[in-house]
Design a protein around this ligand. Structure first.
Ligand SMILES: [Zn+2]
Length: 54
């Protein structure tokens, strides 16, 4: 299953969630840190360059 990455707009926490396509479309994600649902999905999922982090 694909991994989706999110960043919380409330506390700036970045987190990832492994979801099926259905879950991704149906479920609203919440921040594991502050439980806010103001999360933005990051779009780097399928670009395989994960070895470098700035
Ligand atoms: Zn948060």
């Amino acid at each position: 299953m694909p991994t989706y990455e999110y960043r919380c707009e409330a506390c700036d926490k970045e987190f990832s969630a492994i979801l099926s396509i259905d879950e991704h479309e149906l479920e609203e994600q919440t921040c594991p840190e502050c439980k806010s649902n103001r999360v933005a999905q990051l779009l780097s999922v399928f670009t395989a360059q994960t070895s470098r982090k700035s």
